[in-house]
Design a protein around this ligand. Structure first.
Ligand code: FES
Ligand code: FES
Length: 162
């Protein structure tokens, strides 16, 4: 079975198509930026994008992913003209605001935030709270997450200014 992840093709085994995307990413492909939290679709630690939509990899059977465009946190940065990685505005904002504490939930938080800004580049503070409210952070960084997502929206607006 072919998977398209971060614009690259991967061949994975057809055996046990019910196994979930999270373990294929982490254990089979070494893309360990996507985290395991609850394994039940509740905490958001395993969030990736599937065709641009924030999706919980821990409950998504790999058989449903063939042909889909999957993006993980490893694919959030882009390659600049000098070949070096250029962090996504969400990643820069999370660093600027110093959001991460233990860091466990952070890739899921950033993937949810990036999906939100792709769908709604200028969210209101309440829209940020609503979009992020199903991603849990056991370190309680919620105020900083909100600040960082709004700051990422500002960065995006500045970068796309004509
Ligand atoms: S590990 Fe997937 S939602 Fe918690
Ligand atoms: S930073 Fe520790 S769980 Fe969110």
């Amino acid at each position: 079975m072919k998977l398209i992840i971060n614009e690259r093709e991967y061949e994975v085994s057809d055996e046990n198509p019910a196994r979930v995307l999270l373990w294929v990413l982490r254990d089979e492909l070494g893309l360990v930026g996507t985290r395991f939290g609850c394994g039940a679709g509740l905490c958001g630690a395993c969030t990736v994008h599937v065709n641009g939509v924030a999706t919980r990899a821990c409950i998504s059977p790999v058989s449903m992913m063939e042909g889909a465009r999957i993006r993980t946190v490893e694919g959030l940065a882009r390659t600049g003209p000098d070949g070096k990685p250029v962090l996504h505005p969400v990643q820069r904002a999370f660093l600027d605001v110093q959001v991460p504490q233990c860091g466990w939930c952070m890739s899921g938080q950033m993937m949810t935030a990036a999906a939100l800004l792709e769908q709604n580049p200028s969210p209101t503070p309440q829209q940020v709270v609503d979009a992020m409210s199903h991603n849990y952070c056991r370190c309680g960084t919620y105020c900083r997450i909100k600040k960082a997502v709004l700051s990422a929206a500002d960065k995006l607006a500045q970068e796309t200014k004509p």
